[in-house]
Design a protein around this ligand. Structure first.
Ligand SMILES: Nc1ncnc2c1ncn2[C@@H]1O[C@H](COP(=O)(O)OP(=O)(O)O)[C@@H](O)[C@H]1O
Ligand SMILES: [Mg+2]
Length: 290
């Protein structure tokens, strides 16, 4: 029997042009004709040079940007704005500094807005959910600390727990570990993979770090700049359950080399290197002539 499973997220013919009229320039095409299907429970990473439209695509999926043309849907329903089924995590953890870790998680925006309307059963289930997330994210021992008392990695755990509070189907993450040191990032990678397995969310994860994109993603979507577009989609040939040692495996390194080379090509960096070589060569020639 063939089943036609609906993708969790579907993007068709998406274009995005920002209005640049105030600067008197031609409007740059941030996204050109994007088609993308993301399956339920997938972990997809978007990678590419700076300015290739990764954040714009993610923000459009979040409903924070309106498309110039094209259609986006989540579970078959058109995306017309932000919704509780799609939660976003940014690079800079926007926590409330005057609330403790536990309070930051419990009083997610959605719950805070309707506090009066909530029954005691709802409050109780929210408290249970918050406690479960504190444990899942390894935050139980700092539940009563304030964000300023925590490291960047711990603050980002709080931000992720808060995003998960409303049981979103989709987690949209924009370079969430970009500000963390290498060791903390490794820990966060395994933590987010664990969250993905346990919560069964669909994750779209933006990064400019190729190693991160391959380690986390089942599929790596490579975007290219000017105009922002999808260049290549790679299936990651690694077992579903990732371990750090896989980063040294032959398939991992081969794919990493392939993706890096393609980013260099699409970003025009190959040309720059050629130019540098020519300049150096010209310099050598001039030195010889002297
Ligand atoms: N709010 C905005 N107004 C005007 N141009 C924007 C805006 N946001 C992004 N852009 C432009 O759109 C392109 C894609 O940007 P972005 O999505 O941030 O890329 P990335 O996240 O891959 O670095 C860039 O050329 C950027 O300058
Ligand atoms: Mg970005």
């Amino acid at each position: 029997m063939t089943t036609f499973a609906l993708p969790k997220l579907r993007v068709r013919g998406l274009w995005k042009t920002f209005d640049a009229s105030r600067r008197g320039q031609a409007a740059p095409v941030a996204l050109q004709d994007i088609d993308l299907d993301i399956a339920d429970n997938a972990f997809v990473t978007l990678v590419g040079a700076s300015g290739c439209g990764k954040s714009t695509l993610l923000r459009t999926l979040a409903g924070l940007e309106t498309p110039s043309a094209g259609e986006l849907s989540c579970d078959g329903r058109p995306i017309a704005g932000p919704g509780p089924e799609r939660a976003m995590v940014f690079q800079h953890y926007s926590l409330y500094p005057w609330l403790t870790v536990a309070q930051n998680i419990r009083f997610s925006r959605e719950l805070g807005r309707r506090r009066e309307a909530r029954s005691s059963a709802e409050v109780e289930s929210a408290l249970g959910r918050a406690d479960a997330l504190l444990r899942l994210m390894g935050l139980a021992h700092v539940a009563n600390a304030f964000p300023s008392e925590l490291s960047g990695g711990m603050q980002q755990r709080v931000a992720i727990a808060r995003a998960l509070m409303s049981r979103p189907h989709v987690l949209l993450m924009d370079e969430p570990f970009g500000a963390l040191d290498a060791q903390t990032r490794e820990v966060m990678h395994d933590l987010i993979l664990h969250v993905h397995r346990l919560e069964r969310t669909t994750i779209v994860f933006v990064t400019h770090d190729v190693e991160e994109a391959i380690y986390l993603g089942q599929r790596v979507v490579l975007m290219a700049p000017r105009p922002g577009r999808i260049d290549t989609v790679y299936d990651v040939p690694l077992p579903a359950r990732r371990t750090q040692d896989m980063k040294l495996s032959a398939p991992f390194l081969a794919l990493k080399g392939q993706v890096l080379a393609r980013i260099r090509e699409t970003a025009g960096m190959q040309t720059d290197l050629d130019l540098l070589a020519r300049i150096a060569h010209a310099g050598d020639a001039a030195a010889v002539a002297e």
